[in-house]
Design a protein around this ligand. Structure first.
Ligand code: C5P
Length: 206
C-alpha cells in the first residue's frame, strides 16, 4: 500500500506521515528533506538557488547531508523552496522518490506532489492543510521550544511567501490530487488530527 501525504508547510503532514508509517508498519520518506538537502548543498557550494544549473549541480549531494540539523532551519526551508521550482531539480529527485514509493510492501511519502506526480497510483492520498495563522503559530511554538527567538509575524510572512512559491510554480505545484481526502487540522491537536486521518483511511478501505 502506498500512502501519499501532501500539504503546505507546517500543516502537520510530516507528523501524520510518521504516525501512519508506524501504525501500518511501513517505511517513510520525508521528501521535503531531499529538497532541503539540495538547498543546503547550493549554499555550501556558494551557488545561487535561483540558478537552475547551480541547483542541479547540488542534487549530487552526499547522503550524509540528510542528517545535518541545519536542513531543518527556516532559512534552509526557504532555500529548498527556491531550488524546488527548477524542473531539472525535480527530475533529478524523481526516480529516488518513485523507487521508494514502489518498494515491495509499500511506503508512506510526504511532500507536495506525491499524490499528483510521484505516486499517482497511491491507494491512499491525503492532503493535510490548516490556516496560515495556525501553521505560523505551530511553527513559532516549535521554534521557541528550541529557544529560537523569532517574531510570529515574520514566520507568518515566510509561510505566505513559501505557499505562493509552491502553489504557483509551473512544474508539480502544490495541490490536492482530485482523488485526495482533504483534511483541515486547524482546530485539532496532533492526536485529534491523527484520529481524524485514521478514521478517514479506515472508512475508505473498510
Ligand atoms: O516539507 P518541507 O517544508 O520540508 O519542504 C521544503 C520545501 O521543499 C517546500 O517548501 C517545497 O518547496 C519543496 N518540496 C517540494 N516537493 C516535495 C517536498 C518539498 O517542492 N515533494
Amino acid at each position: 500500500m502506498i500512502i501519499a501525504v501532501d500539504g503546505p508547510t507546517a500543516s502537520g503532514k510530516g507528523t501524520i506521515a510518521v504516525q501512519l508509517a508506524r501504525h501500518f508498519g511501513l517505511p517513510h520518506l520525508d521528501t521535503g528533506l531531499l529538497y532541503r538537502a539540495v538547498g543546503r548543498q547550493v549554499w555550501l557550494n556558494g551557488g545561487d538557488p535561483d540558478n537552475e544549473t547551480d541547483a542541479l549541480a547540488a542534487c549530487a549531494f552526499d547522503d550524509a547531508l540528510l542528517d545535518d540539523p541545519e536542513l531543518r532551519t527556516e532559512a534552509n526551508g526557504g532555500l529548498a523552496s527556491r531550488v524546488s521550482v527548477h524542473p531539472a531539480v525535480r527530475e533529478a529527485l524523481l526516480e529516488r522518490q518513485r523507487a521508494f514509493a514502489n518498494q515491495p510492501g509499500g511506503a508512506v511519502l510526504d511532500g507536495r506532489d506525491i499524490g499528483t506526480v510521484i505516486a499517482p497510483e497511491a491507494e491512499v492520498k491525503l492532503f493535510i492543510t490548516a490556516s496560515v495563522q495556525e501553521r505560523a503559530r505551530r511553527r513559532w511554538l516549535e521554534m521557541t521550544g528550541r529557544e529560537i527567538e523569532i517574531p510570529l509575524a515574520e514566520i507568518e510572512a515566510d509561510i505566505v511567501k513559501r505557499d505562493a512559491r509552491d502553489i504557483n510554480r509551473k512544474d508539480a505545484p502544490l495541490k490536492a490530487a482530485p482523488d485526495a481526502m482533504v483534511i483541515d487540522t486547524t482546530s485539532f491537536d496532533k492526536d485529534q488530527a491523527f484520529e481524524l486521518v485514521l478514521e478517514a483511511v479506515e472508512q475508505a478501505f473498510g
